[in-house]
Design a protein around this ligand. Sequence first.
Ligand code: FPP
Length: 246
Amino acid sequence: MSLLSSINIENLPKHLAIIMDGNGRWAKQQGMMRAFGHENGTKSVKTTVENCAKIGIENLTLYAFSTENWNRPKLEVNTLMKLLISSLKKELETLVINNIKLNTIGNLEKLPKSAQKELLEVIGKTKNNTRMTLTLALSYGSREEIINAVKNIATKVKNNIISIDSIDESILNKHLYTHNLPDVDLVIRTSGEHRISNFLLWQIAYAEFYFIDVLWPDFSEEHLYEAIISYQKRERRFGKTSEQIK
Ligand code: FPP
């Protein structure tokens, strides 16, 4: 029996964030170049996006390219950018058919102009879609995001637009790339690594974590459902006692 029937659709994570790790190791295991791993990683991206929309996840955020990934060999960076562009062209229809809105977080200005153009086009063509928001973290770093937010808030204080006393969580939230997204409920990281790697540090304050020892190109529909079922078995207390939340 498929695990799908064990999922409680009343208790889905509102915001699922995934660190897609292990493309390089997957390729190496097959005796292939890293690019082959990334190519196969895009297949897992497609199935995961479709399955999240199918079960009713409202927000899915994928860590596609970090600020640190710019330090990879030029050839690999170029491969990832080309894959991004070709996937956007190829999958626009999938997003439209599934009523999925594309969003991005990160410093997009650092991306090649051709990638920026393709992103803007798909974002424009999907902007009225309502079933799920798919956010791609591209040239994204959480510390950079927080520093930018602090600079923007400080400028507003200096210009008397807001007072120091009014600064609270909601003001900081409004200055993050994720201002239009809810807090993250569940983070999945593939490949067996147990770390966060500068991903959504503010937004994961109360998230649940699910680390799975499967390389991203092997991450399947059933793995996704296992993660959600594990999330649904947990008691989220947000600092309160077990009795208080019952
Ligand atoms: C991590 O594997 C993966 C990435 C750095 C990039 C993720 C990109 C994709 C899944 C493909 C393109 C994405 C989109 C949205 C079209 P790794 O290279 O760090 O693997 P390793 O740790 O085994 O070396």
